[in-house]
Design a binder for this molecule. Structure first.
Ligand SMILES: Nc1ncnc2c1ncn2[C@@H]1O[C@H](COP(=O)(O)OP(=O)(O)OP(=O)(O)O)[C@@H](O)[C@H]1O
Ligand SMILES: [Mg+2]
Length: 216
């Protein structure tokens, strides 16, 4: 059986990740929609440990360990089995968010994050990562409009959010095969169409010789 695609959505708050995941899931049909941190009962429990005190007094090292603990459980118990089962997995945030929030913006060295990543999930990376890129102000306005959520990072200053944005763009530049930067200031329908086209093209060009139709 052809394995499914593992597709992640990254970007700052209010960029439209959740919106576009729903759109892509509806367009593709049979796929698994999940999120990080969390995605399985054990990993969601770890998410709650972090959300409860707003992550305020967590040193970045502790946050990275927590994120990767949750990610190991999520990857082994949900993402990998679903992919092997031929299902496409759409995930709201993944390793790039740790690189960006705790690394580029949080000040922890990227080398240390990669070392922990290697221990946790080895060389495992998404097949496609959509980086939804939007100017910080518009993103935060959108996140505000959506109403108060559980986000821990929203209260931080603009410079922090700018480092987040630039961090994602740097990762995208350094991983051009995996990452696709999407101009997230466009309207929802245009973005959804672009994302679907990238997925279809990727599916069509897969190197494994199988050109199975995507549903829908
Ligand atoms: N292309 C768009 N144009 C205008 N508004 C949008 C667009 N995409 C999403 N929105 C709106 O912006 C708000 C934030 O979108 P969404 O929740 O999808 O962002 P997000 O990236 O998941 O944010 P977070 O990281 O905080 O979870 C929502 O109210 C949504 O309806
Ligand atoms: Mg969201």
């Amino acid at each position: 059986m052809t394995s499914g695609l593992f597709i992640t959505f990254e970007g700052g708050e209010g960029a439209g990740k959740t919106t576009q995941i729903k759109r892509l899931a509806a367009a593709l049909g049979n796929c698994v929609v999940t999120r990080e941190p969390g995605g399985t009962p054990e990993a969601e429990a770890l998410r709650n440990a972090f959300i409860e005190n707003n992550g305020q007094n967590w040193p970045p090292e502790a946050l990275v360990m927590l994120m990767f603990s949750a990610r190991i459980l999520h990857t082994q118990n949900l993402i990998m089995p679903a992919r092997m089962n031929g299902q496409t997995v759409l995930c709201d945030r993944y390793t790039d968010s740790t690189r960006v929030y705790q690394g580029y913006a949080g000040g922890l060295s990227l080398e240390k994050i990669e070392a922990i990543k290697e221990l946790a999930i080895g060389g495992f990376e998404p097949d496609i990562t959509f980086v939804l890129d939007i100017d910080v102000e518009t993103g935060l306005k959108r996140a505000d409009k959506r109403g108060p959520g559980e986000s821990t990072f929203e209260a931080k200053d603009m410079a922090f959010h700018e480092r987040i944005r630039q961090g994602f763009l740097t990762i995208a530049r350094e991983n051009p095969k995996r990452c696709v930067v999407i101009n997230a200031s466009e309207d929802e329908n245009t973005i959804a169409e672009k994302i679907l086209n990238v997925v279809k093209l990727h599916w069509h060009n897969r190197g494994d010789g199988h050109h199975r139709q995507l549903d829908g």
